[in-house]
Design a protein around this ligand. Sequence first.
Ligand code: GDP
Ligand code: IMO
Ligand code: MG
Length: 431
Amino acid sequence: MKADVILGLQWGDEGKGKIVDLLAPGYDIIARFQGGPNAGHTIEINGSKHVLHLIPSGIFHPNITNLIGNGVIIDPYIFLQELTLLRGKGLQPENQLLISNRAHLILPTHRLLDACSEKCKKDKKIGSTLKGIGPAYTDKTARNGLRAGDIFNPGFKDKYNTLKELHLRQLKSFEIPLQDILMDGHDLVTYENNWFSALEEMKKLAFVDSEIFLNDSLASGKRVLAEGAQGTLLDIDFGSYPFVTSSSTSIGGVCTGLGIPPSRIGDVYGVFKAYCTRVGNGPFPTELHDETGQLLRDKGNEYGSTTGRPRRCGWLDLPALRYSILINGVTRLVMMKADVMNALTEIKLCTSYNVDNKHISLPSFVSQNDHFEPVYATLQGWAQPLPCDCPVENQPKNFVDYIEFIETSTKSKISVISLGPERNQSIYKAD
Ligand code: GDP
Ligand code: IMO
Ligand code: MG
């Protein structure tokens, strides 16, 4: 068997959680391959809203295994909070969860380093979620990190203290009083106590060599779906650097974050919103600072699932979408949240960028210099509600035109259209 993949094609929050939950019944294993608690994946089931940060989005299907892969970084305290919340909802997530021994840990001092690093950047802040993502991935590549499998070793506390000491020395150079920095309302001592208690709880879960487990599972005919976090435009290599996250959010991250070879990758579902959003700083060519931007934010409830920050909103950026399709080898597009634009009588799409009077159809390194203008096409809006129980061909003509415009411009087919947060607010489109 081959593993299918779901990943975001924009700046995150495309609706990946909903789509993983929707497609999960077709799979035996859902596996997160990168990112950490910076992710916020929302799933709405019968009016109840659930936000997942570290636990994969297949958890609401009792017979599916959910695996946290080696490419993910785990904060045990946040993980335990999530586990507790799910237990409170009557689930027994521990029965369906596996953790890779090779996943790295986010230490409390990683969160302090993240906060100090952002503070020092002044007006050049990345807009990090402050969950310790950058510093934890830095330690991973600097070969200083602690891994999930290490927590069972008798020498773990010593290793922890060595790394913590290193962090405390690094923190001194920021000259920022540490007691001023709170992590989810806690100072370092309290957070650290909570962190170690959570670690004891985490030890009760199943830890595996996930790369072997996944390859064996595929070989024995099990169906695997890899769940991405963030989006391609936040990728450490291909995103709008330096305003990116610190992991490979695109297709390469599946191979390194799960240990699956490229020859074992099947369908790649690329999830995108019918418009664009971005939370945090960095370039956003089609951003709207007017009442249409506010309408998208209000109707789309565009407030961060992890931090609650208002998301910046703008028109769909086709050059960026083409780029993400290219990088990831997307085989199926999934379009989310077109319902948010139901009230609009006119809709714009950015078709190319004008760079020194040359039209370019893909973002290039040069276009990050800000000397470029988005070029727009204007389509008529459908200006009416879109029924979820009606095939695409019977939808309002202007909506069908919008879909066809995107398919033609990207030379890719849309396979699933989501018109609301619930599972049943989805339409499968025939190829
Ligand atoms: P993710 O991080 O990619 O999983 O996305 P988020 O959960 O951060 O943000 C997507 C938001 O849009 C969530 O609040 C979802 O409940 C909601 N949502 C998902 N699909 C749709 C849709 O088709 N229409 C509307 N209106 N909301 C949607
Ligand atoms: P999901 O999985 C949207 C953004 C942050 C910031 C930048 C770096 O829900 O789509 P980090 O904390 O990773 O150092 O922040 O990346 N960011 C996200 N934006 N959705 C996410 O995840 C994000 N995870 C990180 O806002 O701009
Ligand atoms: Mg999100």
